[in-house]
Design a protein around this ligand. Structure first.
Ligand code: FAD
Length: 462
């Protein structure tokens, strides 16, 4: 099996590796994805996908499929709280104060990771990616022309390698890329994933997360399918408790069919790689950043990495852009990773200690991509997007604000760009939108936009 060749080799078939493969196929790039596990993740882990992720799936033609896969948790947006599940009540939905613009053409989506990953895997295969589960990348070498991946049955040569190999990324470690950040945030936790038919118990007060305050069984209960699959999250990190008894206490009902599927101890961490790129290798997802789950930003940030990197790799591989365009991946996504990780860590602090932090980003800012690139493949105009309020205005380095383009509300400004660039008029000025819907330039003339685009791709702007 030696002598295999592809344009981009992706190591890791989690949410972010699979999305990377999909974005690359969307741009017509040959891609081979290696995943060492035989199947997608059996753990539900991430469940909340923000509007920005759904916009990326919309561009890939997958938003409908993802919403369809998410139907079991449709209507489970509320939080709930009580001494036990039996006594819990649904809390009102959070509503933004003031007159806030409509955020997105896509609603956010609650879907468990173990449900979403198979949808993405199937879509990646159908889009023409060479997706190989049960295949580990054992090592790699890079030179000035490409990367050689070592597999158990031979080698594979690629122009670029994308490391989507998770928080313990062997690729990151072998490149000697260090990480910075706060490290551990808060106490260790335990996630108890269990099965029990609670459909009748929760009917009419469905929830995303239910806070349980029982003195002998405090924790949070997360809906995985809203009927039979649940995760109970307890602080303290002690995995060896009598979980059936703890769960029955927390639930406040007998649950004769209770079955524990797994007990996982974990520690929330905030760490960001000190470089996202090394030669022809680029880090995405948890390989590049880990963050506490309280802002539901880990996978969402990784999916945005894939969206940013994908069009740049495609433009370079097609010969439309100078290889220096790829330097902008680190310039843009590393500060974005810091922003998401810092916001997540500070949300974890407020969650734990119960204090207010006035510098926390507005929830819609996080949901809509959340970060203004101050530099990168764009022409900065000195504008600064606020983060504590949601006031998108088409500033350079932000995703274009959503506006419906037709009365039927089917086509959004977000649909104007991707996979191509576009020039559009917005509130009296011309905006140059990159394939990832980020404003690269704004100015008075549409003609100028074309020369700016050429210069950005050629890397000839000062
Ligand atoms: C309790 C919890 C709740 C969370 N909730 C949310 C949420 O609501 N929203 C959100 O956005 N995020 C959430 N997250 C974070 C989210 O789960 C992660 O950020 C996301 O799964 C990372 O995806 P990834 O593809 O980068 O990495 P992973 O999912 O870790 O995938 C990496 C893959 O690479 C494979 N691999 C590793 N090395 C190799 C190799 N050498 N060759 C081949 N394959 C290899 C691994 O087998 C693995 O499948 C949560 C996390 C936790 C723990």
């Amino acid at each position: 099996m030696s002598g295999q060749r592809t344009q981009v080799l992706v190591a890791g078939g989690g949410l972010v590796g699979l999305t990377t493969a999909l974005v690359l196929r969307h741009h017509d790039v040959e891609v081979t994805l290696l995943e060492r596990r035989a199947s997608t993740s059996p753990q539900p882990k991430a469940r909340r996908f923000h509007v920005r992720t759904m916009e990326i799936f919309r561009e890939l033609g997958l938003a409908g499929l993802v919403h369809e896969a998410a139907r079991e948790l449709a209507g489970h947006d509320h939080m709930a709280a009580g001494r036990t599940l039996a006594e819990a009540t649904q809390l009102p939905l959070w509503q933004p104060s003031g007159d806030v613009p409509e955020v997105s053409p896509e609603p956010p989506c609650l879907v468990a990771q173990d449900v979403l990953e198979p949808v993405l895997r199937k879509a990646a295969v159908e889009a023409g990616a060479d997706v190989r589960f049960g295949t580990e990348l054992l090592g790699f070498d890079q030179d000035s022309d490409g990367v050689t991946g070592k597999l158990a049955d031979g080698e594979i040569r690629a122009d670029y390698l994308v490391a989507a190999d998770g928080a313990r990324s062997g690729i990151r470690e072998s490149l000697g890329i260090t990480r910075s950040g706060r490290g551990a945030v808060g106490e260790p936790s335990v996630n108890v994933y269990f099965r029990a038919d609670l459909a009748e118990v929760v009917r009419g007060r469905e929830f995303n997360l239910c806070q349980i305050d029982h003195p002998d069984a405090s924790g949070a209960l997360a809906s995985v399918d809203g009927r039979r699959r649940w995760v109970f999250m307890a602080a303290g990190g002690e995995t060896e408790r009598d979980w059936p008894t703890v769960l029955r206490t927390a639930l406040g009902v007998p649950v004769p069919d209770l079955e524990i599927l797994s007990v996982l101890g974990w520690q929330a961490e905030m760490l960001v790689a000190d470089r996202y790129s090394a030669g022809r290798v680029h880090l995405v997802g948890d390989a590049a950043h880990v963050m506490p789950p309280f802002a539901a930003s880990g996978a969402n940030t990784g999916i945005a990495d894939a969206h940013n990197l994908g069009w740049k790799l495609a433009a370079v591989l097609r010969g439309e852009a100078a290889p220096t365009l790829l330097d902008s991946y680190d310039t843009e996504r590393r500060p974005a990773g810091w922003f998401a990780a810092d916001q997540s860590a500070r949300r974890a602090d407020t969650f734990r200690v119960g204090t207010e932090d006035p510098t926390l980003a507005h929830p819609f800012v996080l949901a809509a991509g959340g970060f203004q690139y101050p530099a990168g493949a764009l022409v900065p105009d000195g504008s600064v997007e606020p983060v504590t309020e949601f006031a998108p205005a088409g500033r350079v380095g932000t995703r274009v604000p959503h506006r419906w383009l037709d009365e039927a509300r089917t086509r959004s400004t977000l649909d104007l760009a991707g996979p191509e660039w576009t020039v559009t008029e917005y509130e009296g000025e011309w905006l140059l939108l990159r394939p990832d819907q980020v404003v690269a330039w704004r100015g008075a003339s549409a003609e100028e936009a074309e020369s700016v685009r050429a210069a950005l791709l050629a890397g000839t702007l000062p």
